[in-house]
Design a protein around this ligand. Structure first.
Ligand SMILES: Cc1cc2nc3c(=O)[nH]c(=O)nc-3n(C[C@H](O)[C@H](O)[C@H](O)COP(=O)(O)OP(=O)(O)OC[C@H]3O[C@@H](n4cnc5c(N)ncnc54)[C@H](O)[C@@H]3O)c2cc1C
Length: 532
């Protein structure tokens, strides 16, 4: 669907700046670049198909009396399990309050107290109240509504919806544009968009897994595309599971926000036993990976896991957490009186396309922001509500950086139609994609072993061997990067848990940097040394 005339602002057929993705990172970057002409290509209509619109908790920013940047940095570093990039984190935290003010100016109705001051709440692993929210659990929806309205009324921003980008085109050192497939990826023809700068904001990869809280558009296409163009990928093995997705067989699984546990909800099994107290001193407020493994063990043992909000929240549930309440009621569960069945679900990817402080990737002409990146601020485990913050801080930095430096345009003969190179793929329905999702959950999930990872790498190679579709190639590439990096990391840290190496090891207190060529070599070696 085109929401504007086709190419009204292109220069000699070249777009100035193309942003891939219309979530928080993409829209914020476009607004910050105004009045510079920008084209946003989004797989779904903006506001849909983006994790940003589903965020329930809010955005972390050290703005409360008594809170400091140092405390926010310290909490982020502690959550990240030893491999957080402190310099990048300091930068992100220090710019947080200014970006919150930007969002207020764009019209985001953050909750305020009676004196009109921002109302800040607390979430797990934050030492202070620093989460800016909207009506309890409506932050993502409200932020996106405000930004969409701002984008729609900014003449320099052209939004093209339903275009799935399949390829970043590289010419020598430069990314010189993208190739996209219209009609939500169902069209037989592809359209090319030559550009002076490309900003990748395509979100996360939860849908690579069978159980996830992410929309299907978040299936790792961005990481795969960038890796295939030669970009360095960092920390792909670190996948965060949310411990309390509502376990009612829905895909994607609705989320029971962390704030419920912050407000005193407890986790019990079917026998009513509060199992987290056996596992960690902080019980339900332990780090996400610890709670995820606790919930996973109960579900795997057949005892089930339930979030009991009846005492801590009770009758306040509908007005305090309207989104969660609606999801529960739709499934016939009344959280005011009944415990909510929960299971861990892939929620966030700490790894991604390596970027520097200005959002530059390792390839000239390609910037990236939001969940598709690995800036280093999340280390091995993201601190809750730091991801929306990361998206706005680095999207703004990219806008500044692009204003100053822009690679010379590459003017290769690009037609408007990039050909019918392959059949379109209905990603969500295709059997290979379902097989891949099951494989990732089973073998590269909450608990991994050398054996399970080798099995995954062999299966991924087989899927790759029979695949002929470009879009699926991007997705498989991302799966391969995660599995290979998880096999290499012979320790457990943050979102990466190896049952066969269950502790942290000092020699692994470092980030992973991987190109696709390296991952392919490592995968081939692994298969060769240990065939099935
Ligand atoms: C249920 C849920 C609750 C969350 N709650 C919080 C929270 O409270 N606080 C917090 O900080 N974080 C939260 N997160 C994480 C946070 O929402 C995301 O990390 C963040 O929104 C990512 O923003 P983004 O702009 O990078 O990606 P997204 O918002 O996911 O946007 C990605 C965009 O890229 C498009 N796209 C994808 N692939 C392509 C392609 N090939 N071609 C074209 N377009 C493409 C998508 O359609 C979409 O427009 C939550 C996540 C979920 C799923």
């Amino acid at each position: 669907m085109l929401t504007d005339h086709f190419r009204p602002q292109s220069f000699n057929g070249i777009d100035d700046i193309v942003i891939v993705g219309g979530g928080l990172a993409g829209l914020f970057c476009a607004l910050k670049l105004a009045p510079r002409p920008v084209t946003i290509l989004a797989a779904a209509p903006i506001g849909h198909g983006a994790s940003s619109a589903w965020a329930q908790g809010g955005i972390a920013a050290a703005m409360n009396t008594g809170d400091t940047f140092e405390k926010h940095v310290a909490d982020t570093v502690a959550a990240g399990a030893g491999i957080v990039d402190e310099k990048m984190t300091r930068m992100m935290v220090a710019e947080g309050p200014a970006r919150i003010h930007d969002l207020l100016e764009y019209g985001v109705p953050f909750d305020r107290d009676l004196e009109g001051k921002l109302l800040l709440s607390r979430e797990a692993a934050h030492s202070e109240r620093r989460i800016v929210r909207v009506k309890g659990d409506m932050a993502g929806k409200a932020i996106m509504e405000a930004l969409i309205a701002a984008v729609r009324s900014t003449p320099s921003i052209r939004v093209i919806e339903g275009y799935v980008v399949e390829e970043l085109v590289r010419e020598g050192r430069f990314i010189s544009g993208v190739v996209a497939r219209p009609d939500a990826g169902q069209s037989k023809t592809r359209v090319s968009f030559p550009a002076r700068a490309v900003v990748l904001c395509s979100g996360g990869l939860g849908h690579l897994y069978a159980v996830t809280t992410n929309p299907w558009e978040a299936c790792g296409q961005g990481v795969g595309m960038a890796a295939r163009a030669g970009a360095i990928i960092a920390d792909p093995e670190f996948v965060q599971f949310h411990p309390t997705a509502i376990n009612i067989g829905k895909d994607p699984a609705p989320l029971a926000t962390e704030a419920l546990r912050g407000d005193g909800a407890i986790l019990v099994n079917s026998k009513g036993h509060r199992f987290m107290l056996d596992i960690h001193a902080d019980g339900e407020l332990a780090p996400r990976d610890v709670v995820s493994r606790g919930v996973f063990a109960e579900v795997k043992a057949g005892r089930g896991a339930f979030l009991d909000c009846t005492k801590a929240i009770g009758t306040h549930f509908p007005e305090m957490f309207p989104t969660v309440y609606a999801s529960c009621m739709a499934a016939g569960i009344d959280p005011v009186t009944q415990p909510i069945p929960v299971a861990p679900a892939v929620h966030y990817h700490m790894g991604g396309v390596l970027t520097d402080g200005e959002g530059r990737t390792s390839i000239d002409g390609l910037w990236a922001a939001g969940e598709v990146t690995s800036t280093g601020v999340h280390g091995a485990n993201r601190l809750a509500s730091n991801s929306l913050l990361e998206a706005v801080v680095f999207a703004a930095r990219i806008a500044e950086n692009i204003k100053g430096t822009l690679p010379a345009p590459k003017l290769t003969e690009w037609g408007d139609n990039a050909g019918e190179s392959d059949d379109p793929v209905t990603v969500e329905d295709s059997p290979p994609f379902k097989r891949l999702r099951g494989l990732m959950s089973e073998c590269v999930g909450v608990v991994r072993t050398r054996e399970s990872l080798l099995h995954a790498i062999r299966e991924i190679a087989e899927l790759e061997r029979v695949n002929t579709r470009l879009r699926f190639s991007n997705i498989i590439t991302t799966a391969k990067l995660i599995a290979v990096a998880a096999l290499q990391r012979t320790e457990s840290r943050g979102g990466h848990f190896r049952a066969d190496c269950p502790t942290e090891r000092p020699e692994w207190q470092r980030r992973t940097y991987l190109t696709l060529a390296q991952a392919e070599r490592l995968a081939a070696e692994a298969i060769e040394t240990e065939p099935a």
